[in-house]
Design a protein. Structure first.
Length: 434
């Protein structure tokens, strides 16, 4: 193999470490190092020297250590085998990170466990090229942005969980209020992660948390938010939990037709005195009891099977949805599956008996979908979307990618507004999203 005359960087711009493909070098070989780069010469698995930006000639005058490794004839040119690594020292400030699975954190104020997700970006710079190559890169052919995320995912996920947990306990704040402290948390986590990455020759330039989200569909979150909403309602109206329970007890007793109004009013006065509201509360409850007793004599109501509205007994049609109240609500009409091409009923066959079209069932409603259709024409079901971060398939209703934690959000192509869910039109400018 011929001796390489000129060695220069030919790697991708987003690569942190790149190995020159040829190892056949020789004295007087020209080594070209670009700005914001460093080159390191390896011989026999040992790093010999670090070359800054500029043009360098590989000879014993510039690299005295070569004279101890290679037997050089006086005044001649000697070939030798060595590796040349290039390290890019540019600032990379847009490396995305995220928690692929929810982190269970106990709320210090309410004591419940709430799952949270976090995502953001961080920036790094290779500070010590030799330490970076020896401790992290090793025998790999290269080291890029994906390698950084892969190697340090366990580090930042652990630090995120530890930082958020210790921060909410130290501050005594609820997890529901954590987004108000994102800036402080970002600085707090940079101080925690920075020394860990410095051991590998990497300087953590910045670390930002873009969002800390709480899944709305989680049962613990729903119960906590319902309780907080109920507490706010009580504070606005001006009654306590004990008073509300008294109202519920009286209402249940009033619905019992065997009870008369007079005994009920006496019970209401006793309950009112029990919660410490005095004679005025007893009078109010007496009035409420009279009204409840009056309501017991009103016409009975039935529930509409379609919209669940209250309808007077004997009324044929529902005033809310127009449903015929005489039909049996527990015997819904079975939907027929018809061919999307010719309209012929399909009775469980894989192909239409009328036109031969293959039956393509909708995963949601079971109706026949047209060939090449992107959505069901009956229920509007759409197939899984792709993650904008890593490209993996996303289950229906997913708000965060289960692989990389990237938020699955859309934006209006016209005004750029954030779109949540699957609306047909932009809520800001009315642009069609189909």
């Amino acid at each position: 193999m011929a001796i390489v005359e000129v060695v220069k960087y030919n790697g991708e711009p987003n690569v942190f470490a790149w190995k020159y493909p040829s190892e056949e070098l020789g004295t007087w070989t020209q080594l070209i190092v670009n700005e914001s780069q460093e080159a390191i010469l390896f011989k026999g698995g040992k790093a010999l020297d670090v070359f800054p930006s500029g043009r360098h000639t590989l000879d014993t005058a510039n690299i005295p250590i070569l004279n101890h490794i290679i037997n050089l004839p006086f005044g001649g040119r000697s070939p030798f085998t060595a590796e040349v690594w290039y390290v890019n020292k540019l600032f990379k400030l847009d490396i995305k990170w995220g928690t692929a699975s929810p982190i269970q954190i106990q709320d210090p104020r309410y004591g419940v466990f709430i799952p949270i997700r976090a995502n953001g970006v961080f920036g790094i710079q290779i500070e010590d090229s030799k330490k970076f190559l020896i401790r992290l890169v090793g025998a790999m052919p290269g080291f890029d942005e994906k390698s950084v995320i892969k190697y340090f995912r366990g580090l930042y996920v652990t630090k995120v969980k530890d930082a958020i947990s210790s921060y909410v306990v130290k501050k005594g704040i609820s997890v529901l209020e954590i987004n108000a402290y994102i800036d402080e948390l970002s600085s707090f986590m940079k101080e925690r992660i920075g020394p860990e990455m410095s051991d590998y020759g990497i300087r953590l330039v910045s670390f930002y948390i873009n969002e800390i989200s709480i899944p709305e569909e989680d049962s613990a979150v729903k119960k906590l938010k319902d309780a907080l909403a109920k507490k706010a309602e009580m504070n606005i109206i001006g009654y306590s939990y004990q008073q509300e329970r008294s109202f519920d007890t009286m209402e249940s007793a009033a619905q019992n037709e065997s009870m008369g109004a007079a005994p009920f009013m006496g019970a209401g006065m006793g309950i009112g005195m029990g919660v410490g509201v005095g004679g005025a509360m007893a009078g109010s409850m007496s009035g409420i009891a009279g009204q409840m007793s009056f309501q017991n004599h009103r016409d009975d109501f039935v529930e509409c099977a379609k919209c669940h509205a209250k309808v007077s007994a004997g009324q044929r049609f529902c005033g809310s949805c127009g449903n015929d109240m005489t039909k049996q609500a527990d015997e819904p009409e079975k939907r027929k599956i018809v061919c999307a091409k010719c309209g012929m009923e399909n009775k469980g066959f894989k192909f239409c008996m009328g036109c031969g079209k293959k039956y393509i069932p909708c995963p949601k409603c079971g109706g026949d979908m047209e060939e090449g259709a992107t959505a069901c024409q009956l229920c509007g079901y759409e197939p899984a979307e792709k993650c904008p971060g890593c490209g993996c398939d996303l289950p229906e209703g997913t708000k965060f990618c289960p692989e990389c934690g990237t938020p699955v959000a859309k934006s209006c192509p016209k005004c750029g507004a954030a779109i949540s869910g699957k609306p047909k039109f932009c809520p800001e400018c009315g642009e069609s999203l189909r």
